[in-house]
Design a protein around this ligand. Structure first.
Ligand code: NAI
Length: 336
């Protein structure tokens, strides 16, 4: 049994994966940036692939997976894998949806709190001038959190965890998720909107927790932002391309949107010449204290990485044993 890890995001020799997979399994570990960086023979020889986020798993190279019986995305979002193309070749694709749910929810709330309590802005101001900046009334987005409305786009695992945390802060919760059955709002005790525009209009904070799909790509664009409640704070820990960065720049600049906290960007790392990134980096007065970035790190904690790696290997082994979990492309694995 041979498991290929083309774009491994760890430095050791797959120790956690080896322990989870058990004896008789060989690991072929690479830290590639493109699929062409991995030897052709590795693609052809593997029984399973554990995919991280760096390589785009799409295109004709899939034909090289002659023996492959499962692809496991070490992560939740599988937008870098052409799952239909894999299905067309009879290869099931599974993800690992349950390794960092609380970490991402905590991060979304931390970003919201950092802006609404001015934490990052106070720190930046004091570092520049520890004496002169010793004032409480300078960060632009400080507000009482209790009583604000926390709007969730995508009330799945992470969205629900974030919503429950927001409720614990005394916030009202509103959500938009067209896939949830009628009555889900009653089970949770959250408010529900039937359109994105209503969610944007009704929330003081909007936190994105939907997957990146054809439908959600660019969903938070000029139209959605024009519908937003004035002064709204947008938090994105989902996928960068859900937000149209140019439209967000315009909405922040004209003041419609109060602030934004982005863990994910359409291009990662960011394009330094994008006007929003340039203004933020230069701390231009209009944006100071209103934009917070983190480097696609919402999922990260040492504990979440251990869970992710162990569960990725367990997911491979389950599929190879004919008992797949978390298959996202509807293919039944070949057993044996
Ligand atoms: P999930 O599948 O449990 O929940 C996603 C929810 O979004 C579902 O309830 C679904 O119905 C909803 N949804 C789908 N299309 C929608 C639309 N057009 N409008 C509104 N809602 C829609 O997934 P989970 O575990 O909550 O993860 C959500 C996303 O978070 C992932 O797809 C991934 O892209 C992102 N993520 C980001 C991480 C980071 O480090 N920043 C780490 C882990 C996940």
């Amino acid at each position: 049994m041979r498991i290929l890890i083309p774009d491994a995001q760890f430095l050791d020799d797959a120790e956690i994966e080896r322990a989870a997979a058990g004896p008789g399994v060989t690991f072929d570990v690479h830290r590639a940036v493109r699929e062409t960086d991995v030897p052709e023979a590795s693609w052809r020889a593997c029984d399973a692939v554990i995919c991280y986020h760096v390589i785009q798993y799409r295109g004709p190279w899939l034909d090289r997976l002659e023996r492959c019986r499962v692809m496991v995305r070490a992560g939740v979002g599988f937008d870098n894998i052409d799952i239909a193309a894999a299905a067309g070749r009879g290869i099931p694709v599974c993800n690992v949806p349950d390794y960092g749910t609380t970490d991402v929810a905590d991060h979304a709330i931390a970003m919201m709190m950092a802006l609404t309590r001015g934490v990052a802005a106070y720190d930046a101001q004091l570092r520049a001038d520890p004496v002169g900046a010793w004032r409480f009334d300078t960060p632009p987005l400080v507000r009482r959190v209790r009583g604000q409305t926390f709007g969730v786009v995508g009330l799945g695992r992470i969205g629900t965890a974030a919503a429950l945390r927001a409720r614990a802060f005394g916030m009202d919760v509103l959500f938009y998720d067209p896939a949830l059955p009628s009555g889900a709002e009653l089970s949770f005790g959250f408010g529900r909107t039937r359109s994105l525009a209503d969610l944007m209009a009704g929330a003081d904070i909007v936190s994105l927790h939907c997957p990146l799909t054809g439908e959600t790509r660019g969903m938070i664009g000029a139209e959605a932002l024009a519908a937003s409640r004035p002064g709204q704070i947008l938090v994105n820990t989902a996928r960068g391309a859900v937000v149209d960065l140019d439209a967000l720049f315009g909405a922040l600049k004209d003041g419609r949107v109060g602030g934004a906290a982005l863990d994910v960007l359409p291009v990662e790392p960011p394009e330094p010449d994008h006007p929003l990134i340039r203004a933020w980096k230069a701390q231009e007065p209009w944006i100071a204290g209103r934009l917070l970035l983190s480097p696609h790190a919402a999922f990260y904690s040492p504990s979440s990485i251990v869970d992710l790696r162990r569960k990725s290997a367990e997911t491979v082994m389950a599929a190879l044993a004919g008992e797949p979990i978390n298959c996202v492309n509807g293919v039944v694995p070949r057993h044996g």
